[in-house]
Write a protein that binds this ligand. Structure first.
Ligand code: TYM
Length: 335
């Protein structure tokens, strides 16, 4: 069986980028035969940026409900669905990997470099406001992946570097201690690798340009209409290249619909009409999901039970045996 694994950080409300870049492709993959899937809520990762306990908990519930509403059907042994922190061994593996992770490699991690770019712009000291947690982010993520020896990790393009680092740590560990880890590969959906946000930059909580996955219909319409476009007037031909409206449309439409929209752009569709078509397309796909989501968040105990059951089985069947093996390999007493 091919093991497929991916996580989402519960640090805010889920948005269309998470859905198109992670949730939707992962669920589609999980339905194929010969695949064992691991989907989880990366709440240890959320602590790097969120220091309000209630927000971590709310976001965890919201993201869990999003996966289930989008059609995830957990089934231990085939489709695992769990919370990262319910597997505390993740942090132990993080330590074992830290001891083989090159510091120089971590210096080049995007999130860390971005924090220092901001420091430079603001004229403050290098590493100001950077926690060791942020710096270690890729090692924690490698632990998530290697804990289950995942073969494939479906993610958006922003995460590819982290998966390459996980391969690097796994390789060094294997080199030192024998073949314990499978080298993971990133799996990216080419045409929707990075979904743009309202302003055209990557849709991201940190840019404040997101369309929430479960915005009510009217709010969704307003947000789509507020998307930034160029100023070409009605009936002027428009570029599909680099257009956030077009790219979002493509992410929610069939190949045929996309081809028709490409023609409409060349023929000078008005921005308002393109946005209306986009709004209708997103709404058609998400309306049923939105309804299931509301039912799910109204009964959080069901989600909680499910997450805890999955984690308990994983610890027993997979995590404990691996950690025993790894502890012995490095010279610690196997528990
Ligand atoms: P996070 O929570 O930032 O994002 C979750 C997933 O959504 C994708 N994504 C996007 N895809 C397309 N367009 C966008 N605008 C967009 N914004 C976000 C991300 O690429 C990601 O796949 N570190 C990870 C969570 C994580 C993880 C892991 C993932 C922790 N451990 C192990 C895979 C394997 C993160 O912060 O994702």
């Amino acid at each position: 069986n091919t093991r497929v694994l991916t996580g989402i950080k519960p640090s805010g409300t889920p948005h269309l980028g998470n859905y198109v870049g992670a949730i939707r492709p992962a669920i589609t993959a999980s339905r194929q035969g010969g695949i064992e899937s691991f989907f989880f809520l990366a709440d240890y990762h959320a602590l790097i940026s969120v220091t309000e306990p209630a927000r971590v908990q709310d976001a965890t519930l919201q993201i869990a409900a999003s996966w289930l509403a989008a059609g995830l059907e957990p089934e231990p042994g085939k489709v695992w669905f769990y919370r990262q922190s319910d597997l505390p061994e993740t942090t132990e593996l993080t330590w074992l990997l830290s001891c083989v992770a090159g510091k120089g490699l971590l210096n080049r991690a995007h999130a860390y470099k971005a924090a220092n770019d901001r420091n430079r712009e603001a004229g403050v000291d290098e590493d100001a406001g950077v926690s060791a947690g942020l710096y270690m982010y890729p090692v924690l993520m490698a632990a998530d992946i290697l804990l289950f020896n995942a073969h494939r990790v479906p993610v958006g393009r922003d995460q590819v570097q982290h998966i390459e680092m996980a391969r690097d740590f796994a390789q060094r560990f294997n080199h030192l201690y024998g073949e314990h880890f499978t080298l993971p590969e990133a799996a990216i959906e080419e045409h929707v690798a990075t979904l743009p946000g309202l302003d055209g930059r990557k849709m991201s909580k940190s840019y404040d340009n997101v369309i929430p996955l479960f915005a009510p219909r009217e709010r969704l319409r307003k947000l789509v209409y507020s998307m930034v476009t160029d100023s070409r007037g009605p009936s002027e031909p428009k570029d599909t290249e680099g257009s956030n409206v077009f790219e979002l449309y493509q992410a929610f439409a069939t190949g045929e619909e996309t081809a028709a929209m490409r023609g409409a752009f060349a023929g000078g569709i008005a921005w308002a009409d393109a946005k209306q078509a986009l709004f209708e397309r997103i709404d058609a796909e998400l309306a049923p999901v939105r309804e299931r989501y509301q039912e799910l968040v109204a009964a959080p105990e069901r989600i909680e039970t499910l997450l805890q059951e999955n984690a308990a089985l994983l610890r027993e069947q997979k995590v404990a045996p691996l950690l025993r093996e790894l502890r012995a390999a490095v010279g610690l007493r196997p528990l």
